[in-house]
Design a protein. Structure first.
Length: 281
């Protein structure tokens, strides 16, 4: 059985950096310090795909820009008017393609943004999903983290804006949060470069592990509901054998998710199950 991945850098003193108008060899954003090479909008050949998810206003775009070098390739998702931003970086000599998902509060289908984020995570199967959360409003951001964890165990939580949290006297036990979620949690202040080396190390660790944590299974204490979920999950698996997480789909069907219902009725759920976010070796 997979064991929770450790959280890199827990217990280290936060890195303080001073903006002198340019990169310095000692600051957290220096490529020499992090083995990071920002590739902007052209990732070239890459080995791993990273999806970047999070609520609006968590500093997700700042994390994206810090990793890619302040450049994005912006377009639209197929069949959607939702903007699509991609970039790339190299870490330790390995190429990564990073896809910035639309900011969303939930993966439950209620908007085009939520549809895109859900479909990429469920059907695209990225090698790593980084969920950026606001350390000053953690309770508002955790529902999305838990929903992503129900889909995949290849998750890193970027606990962003920790500088703002300190300013407000908020302290978060990062070790305990990582144990509860079963995935690495990295404290960051992306606009200052704080925590970026640890975030990169966590991304590398999750991308290369052969034994990731299993998707989070929320057990309902109603035996009748559990039987219904199990029965429906088996039926979904029989009709769409390539689906990676039939239990999650079964739960969405029981909740009346219109997007999932439509995809089951017209059979397109099976078409979507083919990975849509792929790495090129």
């Amino acid at each position: 059985m997979a064991t929770p991945l450790p959280t890199p850098g827990v217990g280290r003193a936060p890195t303080e950096s001073t903006d002198t108008g340019g990169a310095c060899a000692s600051c957290a954003l220096a490529p020499e310090a992090t083995r990071l090479a920002r590739l902007g909008l052209d990732p070239g050949r890459y080995s791993h795909v990273v999806a970047l998810a999070g609520n609006p206003n968590t500093g997700k775009s700042t994390v994206f820009n810090a990793l890619t070098g302040l450049r994005q390739h912006v377009g639209n998702w197929a069949g959607k008017t939702v903007a699509r931003a991609e970039g790339g970086f190299s870490y330790g000599g390995v190429g990564y393609r990073i896809v910035d998902l639309p900011g969303t509060y939930s993966l439950l289908s209620a908007s085009a943004d939520e549809d895109v984020a859900r479909d990429v995570l469920l059907f695209g199967r990225p090698d790593v999903t980084v969920v950026v959360v606001d350390a000053t409003r953690l309770e508002r951001n955790l529902p999305l983290v838990l929903q992503v964890r129900q889909i995949t165990g290849r998750v890193v939580v970027a606990l962003n804006l920790v500088d703002e949290a300190r300013r407000h006297g908020i302290t978060i036990d990062v070790r305990h949060l990582a144990r509860e979620l079963g995935v690495p949690v990295v404290a960051t202040a992306a606009r200052r470069g704080e925590g970026l080396p640890d975030l990169l190390a966590a991304i590398e660790q999750v991308a290369t592990t052969d034994d990731p944590p299993a998707p989070l299974r929320l057990v309902h204490h109603d035996p009748e509901l559990e039987r219904a979920v199990a029965t429906l999950a088996d039926q979904v698996a029989a009709r769409f054998p390539s689906l990676p997480n039939t239990r999650w789909v079964a739960l969405r069907l029981l909740e009346g998710d219109p997007g999932i219902e439509a995809a089951v009725r017209d059979g397109s759920l099976g078409d979507q199950a083919a990975p849509t976010v792929e790495a090129a070796g």
